[in-house]
Design a protein around this ligand. Sequence first.
Ligand code: NA7
Length: 484
Amino acid sequence: GKGNYDYDLVVIGGGSGGLSCAKEAVAHGARVACLDFVKPTPLGTKWGVGGTCVNVGCIPKKLMHQAALLGEAVHEAAAYGWNVDDKIKPDWSKLVTAVQNHIKSVNWVTRVDLRDKKVEYINGLGSFVDSHTISAKLKGGERTITAQTFVIAVGGRPRYPNIPGAVEYGITSDDLFSLDHEPGKTLVVGAGYIGLECAGFLKGLGYEPTVMVRSIVLRGFDQQMANLVAAAMEERGIPFLRKTVPLSVEKQSDGRLLVKYENTETGEVDSDVFDTVLWAIGRKGLVDDLNLDNAGVLTHKDKIQVDCEETTNVPHIYAVGDIIYGKPELTPVAVLAGRLLARRLYADSELRMDYVDVATTVFTPLEYACVGLSEEDAIKLYGAEEIEVFHGYYKPTEFFIPQKSVRYCYVKAVAQRNGEQRVYGLHYLGPVAGEVIQGFAAALKSGLTIPTLMNTVGIHPTTAEEFTRLSITKRSGLDPTPAS
Ligand code: NA7
């Protein structure tokens, strides 16, 4: 029975998904403990409660991106008449300190919030003993805890490639935001959004990043948009080594890193010297320490497969966030899934998480945001004859005076060709992309159509209004670049 367990619910993982689930469960009267434990990186980096987003993900990334944008803004300010010295240089250690201070304040607020809400926070590494018992490895010993229900929200950590020197000399996004020295000339391996974002702000801060691409850029995203993102980065002076994989990293006597790499098409081996090598080759789900066998929970690769109610193959064990297989690895997805799960468990709710049409932004120097289907997925799903793509390049008003490149400012809407002309996907490349797409995401989820979009009056002069001015279809073959 219910009373025989120490807790109604034990949440394993104190990140975005785990914390939201734990807090919501307590709000509906459940007795809840939340385990959180961070294993240090090979370099020794560790951090507090709150998970990847707060400590080594979205938050520090956005702050460093902002730091880079501000550097750009100083140069633009001169064009706008400000008497500024635009030969500016960032102070890396000041930036890191500011970023880390913000993170520590968020960690502290989180701890206080958990105490106020009466979630028991346990700084221990959890592993299953049986399907109702978990053992928490604490600093000074071990604690055995039983619960009626478990939620696994352990998330993931960056992968390292299996090549000589990778772990000894390379770093990952887990280390970058607290690095105690300037990154300098940096090789970023991987062209997912983490790699591109890191390369983007490093360039903006005046370091020299190079991006190594194994196959394509931004796998999973609309490939036309992905290629525009990469082209915009190359235009800003970030070199891309394409069809290239790393072979080894060696430390030279001067302390710099010699990286050997191979072109997978020509077989040609080449090398270059860097100050920092950043692996951004994807993330691994943290299933290994959980002893899932003891609970009978099955894994799928390094993830856990759940049904439409986040239930694993064991009925009283659930999973949310980045650890679940085949769903978007995004903080707001984990937060909402965790909250809705707690409401179904403890508040008689039946509402399920809807993983469809989740908006997201890639914070590259020129930002990319999207919601809904990519052009290729829409064509795959409905057939090319049933899809109409509206698109256009545009010129942000504020780009003219500082003569910023408008070459890659572009919007597109992927829509149903016939019938009501439902909008299936919206894609935006330009400034403040996340702010632009967020509202359109609600419209798209509400069944937005092309006629409604065309009937929407724009806000002038903004870049978001470009979505209300889309008149050229790809099918027409007309030139999507604006006059003047
Ligand atoms: P992603 O999106 O999985 O991207 C990883 C990138 O690294 C991708 O470009 C891969 O190329 C590349 N990759 C993978 N393995 C290697 C090796 N061994 N050598 C060179 N390049 C490699 O990961 P992110 O870290 O950007 O993002 C992590 C997750 O956070 C992501 O899944 C999002 O959903 C949220 P590929 O395309 O496989 O050839």
